[in-house]
Design a protein around this ligand. Structure first.
Ligand SMILES: CC(C)(COP(=O)(O)OP(=O)(O)OC[C@H]1O[C@@H](n2cnc3c(N)ncnc32)[C@H](O)[C@@H]1OP(=O)(O)O)[C@@H](O)C(=O)NCCC(=O)NCCS
Length: 174
C-alpha cells in the first residue's frame, strides 16, 4: 500500500537520507531533499502553499515529493495560453535508488494527482512540472498520466502540462 505522509520531527531524518543514483542527480537539478524541505518552508512563509510529502510503501519510506500552488506568471510563459493561470506545480519527485523500478513512483504520483484534483489550496486549471530532457523514465511516467510537452525548455528541462478540467491538454500546445 502506498501512502503520502506529512513530514514531522519523527521522519525528517529518513527523508534527508533518501538518495537517487549519482547519474540521476541532474534529474533533480542537483538539489537535495533537505533543500527542498527548506524551500517548502520559505514558500509557505511567502504565502505560496507547498506540500512536501514522504512516500511510504507498506510503512517503509521509499521516496519524497513536493507540490506547490502558484500562478504561471513567469515571463517566458507570456505568449502561452496558460500564462497567468493558477497551477499546481510539482516541485520535486524522487524514489530512493534502492526502491526504484518497483512501481512505487507511479503509484505515489497517482496518489499525489488525486490529492491535487481535490484542489487542497484553491482552484487551478493546470498541473505542471519540469523534467530533464534526457530523463526518459520521467517523461514516460508523466505522459502516461496525460502530461504533454509545452516545448518550453529551461536549463535542459522541459515544461510539461496537464489540464485539471478534463479538457484535452494537447489543445494548449502547438
Ligand atoms: C522517476 C521515478 C520517480 C520513477 O519512480 P519508479 O518507482 O522508479 O518508477 P515505477 O517503477 O513506478 O515506474 C513508473 C513508470 O516509469 C516509466 N518507466 C520506468 N522505467 C522505465 C524505463 N527504463 N524506460 C522508460 N520508462 C520507464 C514507465 O512509464 C513506468 O510505468 P509502467 O511500469 O506502468 O510502464 C524514480 O525512478 C526516480 O526517483 N528517479 C530519479 C529522480 C528522478 O528522475 N525524478 C523525477 C524528476 S522529474
Amino acid at each position: 500500500m502506498i501512502e503520502l505522509r506529512k513530514i514531522t520531527r519523527d521522519n525528517i531524518d529518513e527523508v534527508i537520507a533518501l538518495e537517487v543514483e549519482e547519474n540521476q542527480k541532474e534529474f533533480i537539478l542537483k538539489t537535495t531533499n533537505l533543500r527542498c524541505f527548506a524551500d517548502a518552508h520559505m514558500l509557505n512563509t511567502d504565502g505560496i502553499p507547498a506540500s512536501p510529502l514522504a512516500i511510504y510503501a507498506n510503512d517503509t519510506m521509499v521516496g519524497f515529493l513536493m507540490y506547490i500552488y502558484d500562478t504561471l506568471d513567469h515571463e517566458s510563459f507570456e505568449n502561452e495560453l496558460f500564462y497567468g493561470k493558477k497551477s499546481y506545480f510539482i516541485w520535486h519527485n524522487m524514489i530512493d535508488k534502492s526502491y526504484q523500478g518497483k512501481g512505487y513512483g507511479k503509484l505515489a504520483f497517482e496518489k499525489m494527482l488525486t490529492e491535487i484534483e481535490n484542489m487542497p489550496y484553491g482552484e487551478a486549471e493546470f498541473v505542471t512540472l519540469f523534467y530533464h530532457t534526457s530523463n526518459v523514465k520521467a517523461k514516460t511516467l508523466y505522459a502516461s498520466f496525460g502530461f504533454v510537452d509545452t516545448g518550453i525548455i529551461q536549463d535542459n528541462s522541459m515544461l510539461a502540462i496537464k489540464n485539471l478540467n478534463g479538457e484535452i491538454t494537447e489543445s494548449l500546445v502547438e
